[in-house]
Design a protein around this ligand. Sequence first.
Ligand SMILES: Cc1cc2nc3c(=O)[nH]c(=O)nc-3n(C[C@H](O)[C@H](O)[C@H](O)COP(=O)(O)OP(=O)(O)OC[C@H]3O[C@@H](n4cnc5c(N)ncnc54)[C@H](O)[C@@H]3O)c2cc1C
Length: 382
Amino acid sequence: MPLFEEDQDHRDFRRIFRKFVAREITPHVDDWETERAVPRELWKKLGKQGFLCPWLPEEYGGLGVDYGYSVIINEELIRGDGFGVGLGLHSDTATPYLYYFGSEELKKRLLPRCTTGEAIAAIGLTEPNAGSDLAAIRTKAVKDGNEYVLNGQKTFITNGVFSDINVVACKIGSSEGSKAISLIVVESDAPGFSRGRKLEKLGWRMQDTGELFFEECRVPASNLLGEEGKGFKYMMEMLCRERLTICLDCQTLAEECLKEALSYAKLREAFGRPIGNFQHNAFKLAQMATEVEIGRTFLKTLVSEYINGEDITMKVSMAKAWVGETAQKVAYDALQIHGGYGYMEEYRICRLYRDLRGFPIFGGSTEIMNLIIARRLGLSPV
Ligand SMILES: Cc1cc2nc3c(=O)[nH]c(=O)nc-3n(C[C@H](O)[C@H](O)[C@H](O)COP(=O)(O)OP(=O)(O)OC[C@H]3O[C@@H](n4cnc5c(N)ncnc54)[C@H](O)[C@@H]3O)c2cc1C
């Protein structure tokens, strides 16, 4: 079931992108996972074909197409095992901040490079002492003439090892908590910018996750996104798109787990019959198929509401919590059906299981999603 009304252009784009993934990504995934990096060249190839930020208007280098194209890219990337490329974060999380809140000068200077793959974008919100509680971030910026001077650090930053453009949350002025938060673009050649370790992760291994440091880091004052002190509001607006994209990834990974489990259950025999013909396993697979179908149906509604410009804050929080947690169960059962082989790297389910584990954590944890939902229900949980 497609997640939105696909027309012929969407279907053609899907076919072309699927071929690209099969040729340029899938055969290299094992090597890139070992190297813990995706070659820079891939970003340029993606850009050349129009696969980076296709939603951006043509004047900034995009194709000017709808969110449906992002849905297609995310689905096909995962089906071809390319989840770790960091494309969704670049195209659908970081660059939208530049487009929606950047000055015209900034947009003209940076966005075309994001569409060609010359520049990789990242977003730095999380700090060692502030993840869920973003209002507690400590990175500060002070205005000095025509520049901002930043001091502080970020951690767990997706694309953070190779990023060229970093959207950084920091505090300006003396206001308390979230009212002080602003967003500033730090380009990687800015004086005072440096990186820490490439972080080793449970899953998503070819994806670079890093630490960013700012020591008297100077950037032009025009790198401020929108207005000072509005950063938290901007983040809340943009998180809907980020969370929807995360849900799509998570759902597609769960569907791949089901696919793997089903085909294994039909082939593997024990006690003289395919293991899928034991009632326990058959019912388990029936339950997994049902949960996956419910997730897809929910996301179909959400994608069309998002494309129609409706406020999906509450529903996308529900989806992030439910799809994120349900996918864990699906992955667990899918691996269990594989027996010992599921625990071996040579079986695809092993990677799918690892890659799925991060979903209830990043982009707002399941607990934070429940907090948002509960508040919208008129409750005040602490
Ligand atoms: C692979 C990966 C990629 C990431 N990429 C990025 C990125 O690109 N940019 C970026 O800025 N960040 C990124 N993050 C960081 C991610 O957003 C944070 O890890 C996440 O927001 C949780 O913050 P934390 O790790 O500090 O956990 P904490 O906030 O310390 O939370 C720890 C636990 O306590 C729970 N908890 C916290 N507050 C409450 C509460 N009020 N009620 C109930 N439970 C609560 C949490 O749900 C969690 O289970 C990434 C993380 C990972 C793992």
